[in-house]
Design a protein around this ligand. Structure first.
Ligand code: CUA
Length: 157
């Protein structure tokens, strides 16, 4: 007995699989040719040795250029170090983050910055702060009993 496929079923099946292939090619092209892939956790660190590993042995705000800053920050239950950051309006900030214990979140309210900070990995995010104001940094990854108190502020002056 020959299995007879309905004509329309055949057409839609071809349409569906072609679209799948097109989207896969498109995603691959964006990821590899245009470099639009999600940031990969390529840099690792021993979470037990954070305090003794550069640059995390000196957390803080460093001016690295004209209106360009580097913020080296460690996260642990339930705080961010350095706790308070002040930068001039119009600055571009390169955050370099790692966790000393469990997975934390790093979300800067009012911006697109929203990342997970895992122990053992170095997370890097760049953000420009155009407008003056106070930007709230919150941990948005449940990390224990004090999770809801884990926050700090970036002052853009
Ligand atoms: Cu750290 Cu929630």
């Amino acid at each position: 007995m020959k299995l007879k496929m309905h004509r329309y079923e055949e057409i839609w099946l071809i349409c569906g699989s072609s679209l799948l292939v097109i989207f896969m090619l498109l995603t691959g092209y964006q990821t590899f040719a245009l470099g639009m892939g999600p940031p990969s956790h390529s840099e690792t660190i021993d979470p037990q040795q954070v305090d003794r590993t550069a640059p995390f042995d000196k957390p803080g705000v460093n001016k690295i250029g004209d209106a360009e800053y580097e913020v080296v920050m460690t996260l642990e239950a339930f705080s961010f170090t350095p706790a308070e950051i002040e930068i001039p309006a119009g600055s571009t900030v390169h955050f370099i983050l790692t966790s000393k214990d469990v997975a934390h979140g790093f979300e800067v309210a009012g911006t697109n910055v929203n990342a997970m900070v895992m122990p053992g990995y170095i997370q890097k995010i760049t953000q420009k702060f155009g407008k003056a104001g106070e930007y709230l940094i919150v941990c948005n990854e449940y990390c224990g009993a004090g999770h809801q108190y884990m926050n700090t502020i970036i002052k853009v002056v």
